[in-house]
Design a protein around this ligand. Sequence first.
Ligand code: ASP
Ligand code: MG
Length: 422
Amino acid sequence: MSLIVQKFGGSSVADAESIKRVAKRIVETRKAGNEVVVAVSAMGDTTDELLDLAHEVAPIPAPREMDMLLSAGERISMALLAMAIESLGHDARSFTGSQAGMITDARHGAARIVDVTPVRLREALDEGAIVIVAGFQGFNRDTKDITTLGRGGSDTTAVALAAALDADVCEIYTDVDGIFSADPRLVPNAQKIDRITSEEMLELAANGAKVLYIRAVEYARRHGVTLHVRSSFNNNEGTIVYNPTESETAVEEPLIAGVATDLSEAKITVVGVPDIPGKAAQIFTIVAKTGANIDMIVQNVSAASTGLTDISFTLPKSEGQLVLTALRAEQEDSGFKALQYDDQIGKLALVGAGMRTNAGVSAKLFTALYEAGINIEMISTSEIRISVVTRADTINDALRVVHTAFGLDADTEAVVHAGTGR
Ligand code: ASP
Ligand code: MG
């Protein structure tokens, strides 16, 4: 008997009809002779609505209470889903994160899973039940409080359950047919990818692809969990996200897996930094203390006459003001001249394991952008990725021309079944 973990996102369980449809699908998997564990998200936009409500009653809601509130979203969907399955004549039992043994650290709103003890789930499975687990939530042993894993955390719940229960596969059901060479909402003729390495998927997720959350991919990579990302609206094969063995790595990989874009970042330029040892260290120590997650960094050559240089870096817009304030406070000590803040940037990342062994990828990327009249402001690379920053309002054009230039366009249009891509 195989054990299959299935995750259904908010748009797949948005209303009663959808819940019944998902229940049927789960029952089919059970009838095919599998043990089934389901991780479910809150219905539709419930989490956002709860967040809005919280901010209506309190300017800065207490993190503990925020987690109590948000975790309620998944309790609603898990119970409704279990009821729907019961009414199809199958035994189903729902469990909260803490009942399921999702043990996390104590960080409210951004908790990390530290242990999974699915004793009750195993018992329920042994009794023949279908198990439904509330995604996105856990429990801290020290504070004895409910935690949440951060937005999109149900993916991580599913992967952690798959690892702990040694599942054969972890199926992530979503509102598109799998992982595409670009977001099909932005590039209608994006191609569905059949197989992608977890390494490539990590780069895409880290650079704006929203179909899977980066922490879930990281967890799957670390614990050797194979993911199958597929649509909850049909039975088509989706995309397998796998951890290649040594011999598979040697096999010829496609040059490019996909292109991702991200409009959530801003750029800070530290102008007139004395070009002497220790200045970059000083500036980035100030930035690090804020906890901000910086991404690209570019330092210009200094003009010999002034001995000053400029350093630019990108970071999430949400952390921009915090970092600016921290830098301003230390301006005198660090000796830079000024700060510039630019939140009208877009980032494009081209990802593919085949880049390791192929020359000319950068040239082709930059040429495609040049021919479309798009100016590049920053560039950074990893072994399997090239990223560029452009003006925000050119990023969708950039995405389309790059997608075409690398031969990724499909003949048909991708189907987007529902949801907002979140
Ligand atoms: N309901 C949570 C959210 O919207 C978790 C999830 O959907 O994965 O962020
Ligand atoms: Mg959601």
